[in-house]
Design a protein around this ligand. Sequence first.
Ligand code: NAP
Length: 295
Amino acid sequence: MYVIMGATGNIGSKISKLLLDEGAKVKAIGRSADRLKALVDQGAEAAIGDVSDVSFLTQAFKGADALFAMIPPAYTAEDFRVYYNEIGTNIDRAIQTSGVRNVLFLSSVGAHLSEKTGPIKGLHDVERKLNQLDDVNVLFLRPTYFMENLLANIAMIKNMGINGSGIKGDTKFAMIATKDIALAAAEHLLKKDFRGKAVQELLGQRDVSMNEATQILGSKIGKPDLKYMQFSAEEEKKGMMEFGLSEDASNQMVELNQAISDGLIAVDIPRTAENTTATPIEEFADLFAHVYKTS
Ligand SMILES: NC(=O)c1ccc[n+]([C@@H]2O[C@H](COP(=O)([O-])OP(=O)(O)OC[C@H]3O[C@@H](n4cnc5c(N)ncnc54)[C@H](OP(=O)(O)O)[C@@H]3O)[C@@H](O)[C@H]2O)c1
């Protein structure tokens, strides 16, 4: 049986579906029976509770042949890194107490760095913690920037007529569709092909700049002249706080976008067949256009 954290999220939902499609048993973790209903209808068992509750996690992890573990982002957290560490500690304890022996942990490119990477610093800390687990196989899956992050800009495109963020417009960096991450994760979970502690980076189909992504997305939504604008750190932080992020979460996201602009993230990893995935930004743009038109 596979236990999947964040089973209604970008990655966890797709992993759960892939495993169920293969006839595997899945226990899907989330906070809402309503949101988990689609997976339950497909045959999953629901485990409803909160990642802040270590007893709930321990109970939920029991009996798992393999666990997909992740830290749900909490954009209202007062201190983002402390929050990641708290939830990481809960996951670590629940793994030990429940006796799970195979864990795939959703981390990020850049998790080898301890500073200057915004929210990835928390994942760095959690990787270090899980690395200490005795007799537990852990695969740290380190995907790059999700293409789905661009969906958050739909309101901006509609209201301001531009696409923008703190990332430099002409910096090319690796972007990945979340379905490619889920596919890689599901394959590793089914094969259980990881031993000891291992790292697998996932860099998407190719590197893309925000200028290029904006042009491709703009064409698909009938705005071929859509422009990309790089916001200053102050503008970006103000926009995020107006959107409801805590001050620290906003600071961390600004720091991450700065790190991407400075080429700190994922630039030193050579592309290989193993870390390059299938979906190009042009294909993701179809999904983007669908969400744009229906939201
Ligand atoms: N965005 C990126 O570019 C990027 C890149 C690399 C790594 N990452 C990492 O990827 C992770 C996010 O993955 P994702 O996009 O798949 O997540 P997501 O779509 O934001 O989904 C979060 C999931 O966690 C559940 N959840 C939220 N709060 C919870 C709580 N307190 N207790 C129990 N469950 C809770 C949600 O379910 P309910 O709301 O239904 O409970 C949902 O299933 C983060 O750790 C992030 O650092 C992100």
